[in-house]
Design a protein around this ligand. Structure first.
Ligand SMILES: *Cc1c(COP(=O)(O)O)cnc(C)c1O
Length: 435
């Protein structure tokens, strides 16, 4: 299958180029030329399948013409090594736990699938690949973990200095080997703009092979649809409408859900839950999309003022605001409300939710009360384990969260990062000096 640029539908590349280039030369994002649809029957028996089996069938549907079945099976086997359970907390609210991977956040799914896919595509090449990633916290560690010690691949992470949590910083800066962390004196948007400049720099690209790995990469985006199918497979009553609330920042997770819906997944509505970085929510309300500098919140992985995947959502719906609104409800919440939700979910449902999931919970609750439809399968996507935001959770609940072993290990390691300014030349010099 071919992939086109969101900026020019006539510009098409192969799957291999879409994955290795990450972004189109015109700055557009790649989209699959066709979104294959499952027959209704597939969903009748989906509850009999495991997450891994579902992941394999969905990936075969999307990538089947580009990756051989046996290779695809290997990629799934080495990527989907943990579960995505749906935990029922009340009649109409479920939590889709996406934090059972090595870095305790949902980005492990896409990052591991992409890493194994790139390794597969690059197996016979001589030149090393440099994966360049701007991260607001969790992307970087998931990608770094996926590529850790993979031959022929270097990973360069750019993160905003002092704008990620202590735990996130440890996860970004302690791997070593083929992973380098650049501590940028700026915001996440600055990091993202540096990466965009590097990809657009012809001189740099003639000297070294660059590839992207944030949520704009198609091999990271599409596998994020697997767990939506899995969530549907686990709901109690498939005759009731399913509504899924996605805590959103750069909108890769939500876009993958919309693609799953386009593949036939019976979801009535997606909810784009946002914090004070609410440009998408404003777009849904007013049809005007106005980017803003990001502001810092408690759900910091969602602190994005100019979400990249907005272009893909526009593309999926042919820029039709009404059609987008038909499929997506959106609502934004303050930090104060977020803390209130962490408390409520704990006292009312005995569940410890992280600040991102808390925003998702609020948006689902709001949707249920606005539509007065209490009968349904409400799903809140819990994007990270609460122990990654221990101080916030501790402040709200007065309890010390248990730290899973895989996290405790990384906290005891020494931080190694290289400081750079937000000037593009600093990044360029660094890249040229290491290759
Ligand atoms: C990345 C991230 C988000 C936002 O996901 P997008 O795909 O960028 O919208 C939400 N929560 C957590 C914990 C994250 O790491």
């Amino acid at each position: 299958m071919k992939y086109y640029s969101t900026k020019n539908k006539n510009f098409k590349v192969s799957f291999r180029d879409a994955v290795l280039k990450g972004i189109a030369p015109d700055g557009g994002l790649f989209m699959p030329e066709e979104i294959p649809e499952f027959e209704e029957n597939f969903f009748k028996n989906i509850s009999d399948l495991s997450l891994k089996e579902i992941a394999f069938l969905v990936s075969k549907k999307i990538f089947g013409s580009d990756i051989e079945t046996i290779e695809l099976k290997n990629i799934i086997d080495s990527s989907i090594t943990f579960d995505a359970p749906l935990v029922n907390i009340s009649d109409n609210i479920n939590i889709l736990e996406l934090f059972h991977g090595p870095t305790l956040a949902f980005k492990d799914f896409g990052a591991r699938f992409m890493a194994n896919t790139v390794a597969c595509l690059n197996r016979d090449e001589e030149k090393e690949i440099n994966i360049l990633v701007a991260t607001s916290g969790d992307t970087g560690s998931a990608v770094a973990n996926g590529f850790f010690k993979v031959d022929g691949i270097n990973v360069v992470l750019l993160y905003p200095s002092k704008k990620v949590s202590k735990i996130q910083e440890q996860q970004l800066t302690t791997l070593g080997e083929n992973i380098t962390a650049l501590e940028v004196q700026g915001t996440f948007d600055d990091c993202q703009s540096l990466v965009k400049k590097a990809f657009a720099d012809n001189e740099l690209n003639s000297k070294i092979t660059l590839s992207s790995a944030n949520s704009i990469n198609i091999a990271r985006l599409l596998p994020q649809s697997f767990y939506y199918f899995n969530a549907y497979a686990r709901v109690k009553d498939k005759n009731l409408p399913t509504v899924i609330s996605v805590p959103s920042g750069n909108f890769g997770n939500l876009t993958a859900g919309l693609i799953a819906k386009r593949m036939g997944l019976p979801v009535q509505k997606f909810i784009a839950a946002t914090n004070s970085n609410d440009v998408f929510t404003k777009y849904i309300d007013t049809s005007v999309f106005e980017t803003k500098p990001s502001v810092k919140t408690l759900s910091n992985a969602m602190d994005v003022g100019n979400p990249s995947n907005f272009e893909r959502i526009l593309d999926l719906y042919n820029h039709n605001h009404q059609k987008i609104k038909d499929d997506i409800f959106s609502k934004s919440f303050s930090d104060e409300e977020t803390v209130g939700a962490i408390k409520k979910v704990h006292s009312k449902y005995k569940y410890v939710i992280d600040p991102h999931g808390a925003v998702g919970f609020l948006a689902l609750e709001n949707f249920i009360s606005e539509t007065k439809n209490k009968n349904g399968n409400g799903i809140v996507v819990e994007t990270a384990h609460h122990s990654k935001f221990a101080d916030i959770v501790e402040n709200a609940l007065n309890i010390k969260p248990d730290v899973p072993e895989r996290l405790a290990k990384c906290l005891s390691k020494e931080k190694r990062s290289i400081e750079i300014s937000k000037e593009y030349n600093d990044l360029k010099e660094f890249l040229l000096s290491t290759n």
